[in-house]
Design a binder for this molecule. Structure first.
Ligand SMILES: [Zn+2]
Length: 325
C-alpha cells in the first residue's frame, strides 16, 4: 500500500516566526540565515502517528568534512541543487506514537554545540503539548553528539521516564577510551557519548541490542556498523505499512544521493559506511520504502529513487495540511 495515501495531516505549529539570526557566530555563505519554529510534521503509518520535529540546523563546511572527493566535485553537485558550500544541514528527531508509547528516535544536540546551534527539540515538542517526561522510550540511531546530546541538560536526564535503546557496539566502543588510542577517532565523540549516556546507564535506563532484535511492539532494531560501530536502523511495521529510521547513512542530499561513495570525517569506518549507504539506497529504492533521516532537509521523510546513472534522487514526502474528511 502506498504510505502517502495514509498521510492524514501535517501541521505547522506556532505560525511562521521569522527573525534574523545575526547572533549566529558562524559564516554561512550568501544565503540568509533565518530562525523558524516549524514545530512538527505529522504522518500516519499504519496505526502509528509519526511526527518529525526540528532540533534546528547547523552550517557544515563540506570541503573539510567530505572525503573520497574533491572541492570541484562537491561544488558541481551543489550547484546543480542551487546550493553552495557551506551547507545548512537539518537536525531532525522523530516521535512515534503507539498505544501506551511515545517513542523518540534521536534527541538532537542538546547543549553540546553551544548556543544557537541546534538544541531546540524540547521547544519543538512543546508546540504539540509533549513534555519530556511523556517520552516512554528513546531509540538512538547511534551515539553521536547531534543524536544523543538532547538526552541530558546540565548533566541531568531530560527524559526522566524513558528507557534508551542503543546498539551495543556503540556502548562498548565509546565507553572504553582505549578505543580512541587504537583507532585515532576524535576524542570528543567519546567524551560526548559518556556525558549524554552516562546518567542513563547509572539509572539503569539503557537497553542495548545487537544484530537484529524486536525492541518494542512493531519496532525492530538492526545494527549496521560503519558510521559508528553500533549505528542502527529502526523499522516500524504497523498494519501492513512501514517506515525505516535510517540514522546517518546520508548527511547532504545534493552530494551523497548522486554519489553515494562520498564519505564524511564523522564516519568511524569510512569504507564500511559507504558500503552500508550504497546497499541501503539500492534496497530502499528497489522496495519503495519510506525512510526518515535525521539530516535531510526537515521534515526528512520521503523516498529514494534510482536516477539511472549509478546514483539516486531524494523524493520528499508530499506536503499535506488539511482536516481529514
Ligand atoms: Zn548526525
Amino acid at each position: 500500500m502506498n504510505n502517502l495515501k495514509k498521510v492524514v495531516s501535517a501541521l505547522v505549529f506556532s505560525g511562521a516566526l521569522l527573525q534574523s539570526s545575526a547572533s549566529l557566530a558562524v559564516s554561512v555563505g550568501p544565503q540568509h540565515v533565518l530562525s523558524q519554529q516549524a514545530g512538527g510534521y505529522r504522518i500516519q503509518v499504519g496505526d502509528a502517528q509519526i511526527t518529525s520535529f526540528t532540533d534546528g540546523t547547523v552550517p557544515q563546511d563540506l570541503y573539510t568534512l567530505f572525503t573520497q572527493t574533491t572541492r570541484q566535485h562537491i561544488d558541481g553537485l551543489l550547484a546543480k541543487n542551487y546550493q553552495s558550500n557551506p551547507v545548512e544541514v537539518s537536525i531532525n528527531a522523530f516521535l512515534i506514537e503507539l498505544p501506551g508509547h511515545k517513542i523518540l528516535v534521536d534527541t538532537g544536540v542538546g547543549q553540546l554545540f553551544g548556543p544557537g546551534l541546534g538544541g531546540r527539540l524540547v521547544e519543538s515538542l512543546a508546540t504539540r503539548g509533549i513534555r519530556p517526561e511523556d517520552i516512554t522510550e528513546v531509540l538512538l540511531t547511534h551515539a553521536h553528539s547531534d543524536h544523543e546530546g538532547g538526552l541530558v541538560k546540565d548533566g541531568q536526564r531530560v527524559f526522566t521516564n524513558a528507557t534508551v535503546y542503543v546498539g551495543k557496539p556503540d556502548i562498548d566502543f565509546f565507553f572504553n577510551n582505549e578505543n580512541q588510542q587504537k583507532t585515532g577517532y576524535d576524542q570528543q565523540h567519546f567524551d560526548f557519548a559518556q556525558r549524554a549516556l552516562g546518567p542513563y546507564l547509572k539509572a539503569g535506563k539503557i537497553k542495548t541490542f545487537s544484530a537484529t532484535e524486536t525492541l518494542l511492539p512493531d519496532i525492530t532494531g538492526t545494527v549496521h556498523p560503519g558510521h559508528t560501530p553500533g549505528s542502527a536502523f529502526f523499522t516500524l511495521n504497523s498494519a501492513g505499512e512501514k517506515i525505516v529510521f535510517v540514522g546517518d547513512i546520508i548527511h547532504v542530499a545534493a552530494v551523497q544521493f548522486p554519489d553515494p561513495s562520498i564519505t564524511i570525517t564523522y564516519d568511524e569506518d569510512r569504507p564500511q559506511a559507504a558500503k552500508v549507504r550504497k546497499n541501503a539506497f539500492r534496497e530502499f529504492a528497489r522496495q519503495g520504502e519510506m525512510i526518515a533521516a535525521p539530516h535531510l532537509p526537515w521534515p526528512g521523510i520521503g523516498h529514494i529513487a534510482d536516477n539511472g546513472h549509478g546514483g539516486y534522487n531524494w523524493i520528499p514526502v508530499n506536503y499535506t495540511n488539511r482536516t481529514a474528511q
